[in-house]
Every structure is written in structure tokens, then in C-alpha cells.
Design a binder for this molecule. Sequence first.
Ligand code: MN
Length: 156
Amino acid sequence: MDNLKEYHRKRDFRKTPEPEGRKKQKRADHLSYVIQRHHARTLHYDLRLEREGVLKSWAIPKEPPAEAGIKRLAVETEDHPLEYQDFEGSIPEGHYGAGMVEIWDKGNYLPVEWEKNLIVFEINAQRLKGTFCLVKLKPKEDQDKNWLFFKKKENP
Ligand code: MN
């Protein structure tokens, strides 16, 4: 589950400044959360959550919602190495994900629930704060990586 094979297969580390992430890093007791704004062919936002030694990743085509009431599509992508949370820079033309990557929001998170089709977690960061959900959509045809990402309504 937590392997970086796909991440490595897609990249040539002699050509891209992205981290190769070979070494397993021991991290502090909090879990990392980051969203990177990625100006690739199309602008999107990469949500990454530390889990079992890697960063679980989703690409969100529109700006992530800071308030409840807005739901965003989040497309599951390959696991990334933990070091990727600090990555900012330009991936060269002709390479996977070519374009500018910058950190849009960064902090830590606490998983409340982590199920196959539902992840509930508390984000503690600058732009996003509070309880957020990822809900996996029913697979259809060749699409089985689509989730919805949204902020949970506060209990009144
Ligand atoms: Mn991306």
C-alpha cells in the first residue's frame, strides 16, 4: 500500500528537482498536512496527508474550500515521499507534472476516521482549519479515484 513505485516510475530524478525520497524518515509525533499549488498544464492543488511513512495524495482542480458548503472533486494520485511536503520549485518541461509547485498551505492534521471510502480529519494550518472530509465516490467505468473534499459543518 505504502510504496513509491509509481512515484519513481513517473519521474527521472536526474532531470527533476523533486525529492527522490529514498530514505525512510522518522518524523515527530504529529502528522504532516500540505497543499501544494501546482501550475502544471492545468492549475490544481495537491492535497497530501502523511500516513504510514508516505504522503497520501489527491489532486484538486479548484481552490480548496476554507469554509463549509463547498465540495471539491479530489482525484487520488500516487503516494509521494514525506520529503515532498517541503518541495517547491519548477519541474522541467517534458517531465511528469512539468510546471511550478509552491506550498499553498502547510501544517499538521489529526485523523478522526480513516476508512476505505471515508476520511475525516482535523486540519491545523494557516488557510484550512477545522474538520474536513474526503468521501470516495462510487467507481464508474474506469474512474475509481474520485473523491469529494469539503469542510464539515460545525455543530451548532
Ligand atoms: Mn500535481
